[in-house]
Design a protein around this ligand. Structure first.
Ligand code: HEC
Length: 198
């Protein structure tokens, strides 16, 4: 009798369980759409991921296995070298190309007014304005809107600072670098993040 009651109550409860489980999911979908994230917040979060990944690669792969243990050779022409691995700026670009394939419309890049690779020079007026702004206002980010073709974008620019002697040594000595006087702590360029507004 007891088992029968238990089974009967299960039969009654099961559909209720399913309904109560599916309810919060249904209810949360419109709420999430209404509470959208501000573009500054989204760009700041994306930048944090980019910076974290690049720093982890620089610190735990390039510095540890390259400089300290001499097991790998970080080099611009890494593919031609025995034990060659890409530089952090190149890792950033390869990852970017894959990310952009997955999410067309969204773009980001590491740029500079004094680039080693001329492809990394600012192109749009907003990129130029942003890079000049972060150079003149240390510690500040730049946020703006720009229209390219028939699309409007939220464009954010974050400073890329010479945090170690390796940054300035390599850039100042590089044959393609337009500058040989970068100093520690100076803004060397910036990360430009462009998010489609619609
Ligand atoms: C061993 C050499 C080397 C080191 C160390 C290095 N870079 Fe670079 N960096 C390069 C090269 C080469 C490029 C161009 C890569 C490309 O896009 O083809 C580059 C690209 C850049 C760019 C994009 C503009 C440009 O010059 O093309 C910025 C900004 C930059 N590096 C900043 C830094 C900072 C900040 C550090 C230190 C945290 C650093 N770099 C360390 C070699 C180096």
């Amino acid at each position: 009798m007891r088992i029968k009651t238990f089974v009967a109550s299960l039969l009654v409860a099961t559909p209720l369980l399913f309904t109560s489980c599916s309810k919060p999911a249904e209810a949360s979908a419109p709420a999430a759409a209404a509470d959208s994230v501000a573009p500054e917040k989204m760009a700041d979060a994306l930048f944090a991921v980019m910076k974290g990944t690049r720093t982890a690669y620089t610190k735990h792969v390039i510095a540890r296995l390259g400089k300290e243990k001499k097991l790998i050779k970080p080099h611009e022409k890494w593919e031609d070298k025995e034990n060659g691995v890409m530089l952090p700026a190149q890792m950033f670009r390869y990852a970017r190309d894959l990310a952009m394939e997955q999410n067309p419309g969204f773009t980001y890049s590491l740029q500079s007014e004094w680039p080693i690779n001329s492809q990394n020079a600012p192109k749009t007026p907003k990129e130029k304005e942003g890079l000049q702004f972060i150079g003149k206002n240390p510690g500040k980010n730049f946020y703006g809107k720009e229209t390219l073709g028939d699309k409007t974008f939220f464009t954010a620019v974050y400073p890329d600072v010479a945090v170690s002697a390796a940054c300035i040594d390599c850039h100042n000595d590089h044959k393609d670098s337009p500058r040989d006087d970068f100093k520690m702590g100076e803004v060397m360029g910036g990360v430009v993040i462009r998010i489609p507004m619609k």
